[in-house]
Design a protein around this ligand. Sequence first.
Ligand SMILES: O=C(O)CCC(=O)C(=O)O
Length: 253
Amino acid sequence: MTEEERYFFDVRGYHLVENALNPDELKALNEIFDAQQAHLPGPRAGRARYLELINWGRPYRDLIDHPAVLPHLEEMLGEGLRLDHEYAEHMVAGGAGELHINGTPYSTMFHYHVAEGRIHCGLVAVVWALQDVPPGVGGFCCIPGSHKSSFAPPVSITCVGTPSPGVQQISCPAGSAIIFTEALRHGTLAWNAPTQRRSLFYKYSPRHVSWWGTYYDPEAYDYTDRQKKLLHAPYHSRTWQQAPGKGYVVSPS
Ligand SMILES: O=C(O)CCC(=O)C(=O)O
């Protein structure tokens, strides 16, 4: 992260990377999305969530450690960061989702703080936009700066129906990535564009933290070494390791 990016991330709680995907990557991801969507039963109305994108092919697996976002994630989550879970959503019309999470009350899962000149986060999300998100059409929204709020959010502040002042839509061109700390108060504005919203959510946690509770198999595909490192189950330290099939632990030395 540049000094300016770090400053604005700290102030706002999110960072927008435009042109994170090149046109070939975007095309491949959308073509696979088309094929997956064709399997959906019924009309493609409203909002649908798709799980296990990791099984959708290499373009989806290559988002795990995409170079447009990985350096930012490394800085916020530290060594040993891990992919916690991923999913996709489409929205055709409507589909608002209420604001959630906030700087206060404190949560070990969704925390944000700065110590010793470094950002420390719980869960951090990357939202990949596969279609344009023009101003005013809805989609991801947040209250910038709320990851550092010292007060619990009033329930009167909403993004459903008529959004409250201070709730900000983050518009962006297709191929963008929004990186945000889940401590930020965020939600989904109803979608009203003629095109569907297509968003991919890849969420990362510090080395020893899990939100999803199920873990990837780093051997399931021909992952690169760097991708395998991001797919480990949560742990803090492995200075002592269990000997496979034995009831004792061994020192690495
Ligand atoms: O982009 C959106 O629709 C909001 C995402 C959201 O609420 C979340 O990631 O927890």
